[in-house]
Design a protein around this ligand. Sequence first.
Ligand code: NAD
Ligand code: WQD
Length: 364
Amino acid sequence: MLHTPTILVNFARNVNLIHMKKDRILVTGGTGYIGSHTVVELQNAGYPVVIIDNLSNSNIEVLDGIERITGLRPDFVEADCTDLDALKALFAKYPDIRGIINFAASKAVGESMEKPVLYYRNNLNTLMNLLDLMAPNGVKGIVFSSSCTVYGEPDENPVTEQSPIKKATSPYGNTKQISEEIITDVINAGAPFKSVILRYFNPVGAHPSAEIGELPNGVPQNLIPYITQTAIGIRKELSVFGNDYPTPDGSCIRDFINVVDLAKAHVKAMDRMLENPEAAPIEIYNLGTGNGVSVLELINTFESATGVKVPYKIVGRRAGDIEKVWGNPSHANEVLGWKADTPLADTMRSAWAWQCKLRERGIM
Ligand code: NAD
Ligand code: WQD
């Protein structure tokens, strides 16, 4: 079989990009986990990108991974989004920015209980600075990373965008609720731009190339990085937090969504917001698979997909955990023309390949 050399594929893609003349997108937090996967998909779709990130929870080498996948190195500005002057300088340097995707935020639920002001300041000032600078710089729309955390413990599953918003149980969760309200107020006040709020369920996995993925700081709090670190021997065993929930196998249920599928939804949201006059000033979408999977089922899927055992023990419930939540993604399926369709086994293999790549590179 004949293979076209990567350099030619990348050259063709770059020429394509020059001709497509899509609007430039500012991606805040673009070297982070979801941001980096989204930059890949934006570039693949022909959008020129500039990233702003203060590298508080990511690494500059992520740019190399993005370049290896797409053949393009996104422009990068190392700065803090809470620094209004730095943002003004960025808009002055890139007057062609027409869309923003705002990933930049602090996201550790536990840390937010200990340092609430840090969370409110970082997450809310970042958003308000961006909103302030959009109109004067001719930006036409902003996509905001929200979370299924706004639904708390739902009365019914799957949740739709109309399901009730529950009182937040952490300052982190509260920043997402307040951010949604700020955006709504700004749009309702007649701002000359649009917004799409995306409520993610549980993003997992890595790019199939294993060039980019999730880089957890310290002991992982989230399930998948804990599973992969246990599987590779960094952690002795996984603690499963509770098997006495009123669910079929007693463990909690979540909607695990592949991070590349999730990233692609951002491109669809951006296309619609910038190009489709039918897009409402503010739109909200659940980004999930529509399937609830239990913690124990996920461990089994990981083991059968990779052939690697995950030693685990059942321990008590984790304070504040939601018993079960999964999303109804029909609205995004129908309006954005997007669907999360990567099989969970493939997602598990991608998470494992990424963990192995981190080991190969001597990172962990
Ligand atoms: P991440 O920590 O990997 O990425 C966030 C990036 O933002 C990091 O690179 C960090 O360095 C940067 N950053 C933080 N504060 C900044 C600031 N003031 N200025 C510039 N850069 C800053 O997180 P992620 O998992 O990619 O999450 C992205 C977004 O999605 C966040 O808003 C998060 O709250 C939201 N979200 C994440 C999940 C999840 O499970 N990962 C679920 C729902 C929503
Ligand atoms: C998933 C399940 C745990 C670790 C968090 C945030 C939420 C959102 C997504 C951003 C739970 C169990 C976990 C472990 C375990 N983020 N678990 N052993 O709690 O659904 O949501 O990330 O908005 O706001 O709270 O994700 O990956 O931490 O846990 O048994 O070592 O895995 O109890 O049932 P969660 P998670």
